[in-house]
Design a protein around this ligand. Structure first.
Ligand code: GLC
Length: 563
């Protein structure tokens, strides 16, 4: 196989200097980051107390997954009050303390905004249920009559991302069956009707609520789901596409409708009206990237998650194409590409790279009955993958725990599972709990290794987590934590995030990929044979103890400074 580098993308370091173009943004999953009150659930005071470690890691910003009031049917992505903190996590005053501390440490804070759906416990939905068909209250959501003579068939063929139909039938106050409501996710997450200007108004107030409190921006959940085609027609190809879409074919009626773009333009104006470069990143699962680029035009989102890259298998040809597509698409609209390897919805990359295929998609998880990954291989590749990514210009997302090399919990017993995916598929998809397990901070400090002092944990850690605890890695040469710190510090010092990108053709092959960012050459060896490197100063290496003059061995990444 040869990869044609003459058609490979180039990226010039010529775009704006705003912080979000090159920021390293660390995802905090509040349930599992740190637990100050010891009830087994992470909380805001816990986050505040540990922010110093994140500043020391060398990141620019944190994104907090939802901590707003919620019945927690989908781990907080089912919000019942957008302007309050769930008592599980603390209070608004705790939030303010956290934000103040983050800003003191020079960290920006993005909060998660979930506009596609609310919780079924939200007062808007409760009011809709209590109101009659066709009422303004029902117009906040998608209520429809069922099909069939007695209306007992769902209004259309849409299926939920978590399995099962995307419709649930309501019961009228007199006990008779009523209308159906649409939910692209769990039945506890009714979809809002974004054709209704009242919904728009309500969300503008929510944006302002958090911006006034001082947040630096938002990570926006499922923005590509917000628009629905008029009349909510059937998905034209549900057998092949399931809940999703087939790339390259016409957009199905529930994904990436054009009608949503004016909403984000308004939001952008609101953000721009505040000082301090507030920014929003859309979780817009829109492919190919040339379509996703429409979401980061200069007057819409600042960033989107690069799902092409995230979904790419760790193989040279696939990554070559995905990086080319990224620069072509995002440079075309003057937006930064983002790079991400792990998040709270997919198998951690230290496990994905450990040589098991197992289940069809990474969000299906790995359970005790599945083939188990090779931990050592996974970690070695994950460290190399991270270093490969940290050298790329653009903005990078890290997911809590990856700086410890944390693997997925792949042997979690069914009785502990919380992800609605598990229940809606009767366990066929074990779901995402394995990447959401509380972090180990101090090895052996209680059963949860310093996540708190009581040892309680909403998801139990596997025994092996003690080996990965932060205190075992802090200051230890060669540890994954020190590799991240070094990589992040070097990236900052050399301005790699704001830098340029060119393939290094001599290292682009079926066994390796290499690129240049300024005078740094980044090379990864995907093959089995060592690769000779040119002379240069080693700025970083995914394998500890690498010195100049050595070959690049299998599954290793190196940054070489060529003068
Ligand atoms: C996003 C979140 C995921 C959640 C879903 C529904 O994909 O990342 O965790 O389940 O939206 O809100």
């Amino acid at each position: 196989m040869t990869l044609d580098t003459t058609v490979g993308a180039r990226h010039l370091a010529r775009y704006g200097q705003e912080w979000w173009r090159s920021a390293v943004i660390y995802q905090v999953y509040p349930r599992s980051f740190a637990d100050a009150n010891g009830d087994g659930m992470g909380d805001l005071p816990g986050i505040t107390s540990r922010l110093g470690s994140l500043a020391a890691l060398g990141i620019d910003a944190v994104w907090l997954s939802p901590f707003m009031r919620s019945p927690q049917k989908d781990a907080g992505y089912d919000v019942s009050d957008y302007c309050d903190v769930d008592p599980l996590f603390g209070t608004l005053a705790d939030f303010d303390d956290m934000l103040t501390r983050a800003h003191e440490l020079g960290l920006r804070v993005l909060v998660d905004l979930v506009p596609n759906h609310t919780s079924d416990q939200h007062r808007w939905f409760q009011a809709a249920l209590a109101s009659e068909e066709g009422s303004p209250e029902r117009a906040f959501y998608h209520f429809k009559d069922g099909r069939g003579a007695s209306g007992d068939l769902p209004p259309n063929n849409w299926v939920s991302m978590f399995g099962g139909p995307a419709w649930t039938r309501t019961t009228n106050p007199d006990g008779t069956p009523g209308q159906w409501y649409c939910h692209l996710f769990d039945s506890s997450q009714p979809d809002l009707n974004w054709e209704n200007p009242k919904v728009e108004e309500a969300f503008e107030a929510i944006l302002r609520f958090w911006l006034d409190r001082g947040v630096d921006g938002f990570r926006v959940d499922q923005p590509h789901a917000m628009g629905k085609a008029e009349g909510l027609p059937d998905h034209p190809d549900v057998e092949r596409a399931g809940a999703g879409f087939i790339e390259g074919e016409a957009s199905p009626p529930m994904w990436f409708q054009d009608s949503v773009h004016p909403i984000f333009r308004k939001w952008r104006k609101i953000l721009d009206s505040y000082p301090g470069e507030r920014a929003m990143c859309g979780e817009a699962y829109v492919l190919p990237l040339s379509f996703m680029a429409l979401w980061v035009r200069p007057d819409e989102f600042h960033q989107t998650f690069n799902f092409r890259f995230l979904d790419s298998e760790w193989k040279p040809e696939i990554l070559f194409n995905s990086i080319n597509e990224s620069f072509e698409a995002f440079d075309g609209v003057g937006a930064p590409s983002t790079w991400v390897l792990s998040n709270h919805d997919i198998i951690r990359h230290a496990t994905r790279m450990g040589g098991v295929q197992g289940r069809p998609t990474a969000s299906d998880g790995i359970g005790p009955n599945d083939p188990q990954p090779d931990r050592e291989l996974g970690l070695r590749r994950a460290r190399a993958a991270t270093l490969f990514v940290l050298g790329l210009p653009g903005s990078t997302y890290l997911y809590q725990g990856e700086e410890l090399g944390l693997p997925e919990h792949t042997t979690l017993a069914d009785e502990f599972r919380q992800d609605p995916t598990f229940y809606r598929t009767s366990g066929k998809r074990v779901g995402r709990d394995g990447c959401r397990v509380p972090l180990p901070w101090e090895s052996g400090l209680g059963a949860a290794n310093g996540f708190n002092r009581t040892g309680q944990a909403w998801l139990p850690q596997p025994e092996i987590y003690a080996e990965y605890a932060r205190d075992r890695q802090e200051g230890v040469a060669g540890s994954t934590l020190e590799l991240y710190k070094h990589g992040l510090a070097t990236r900052r010092r050399l301005g790699l995030g704001e830098g340029s990108f060119d393939w290094a053709p001599e290292f682009v092959s079926e066994n390796s990929l290499g690129y240049r960012n300024g005078d740094i050459l980044v090379v990864h060896n995907f093959g089995h044979e060592p690769i000779a490197l040119p002379a240069g100063e080693i700025s970083a290496s995914s394998l500890h103890g690498m010195t100049s003059g050595h070959d690049l061995v299998a599954d290793q990444t190196v940054w070489l400074r060529i003068s």
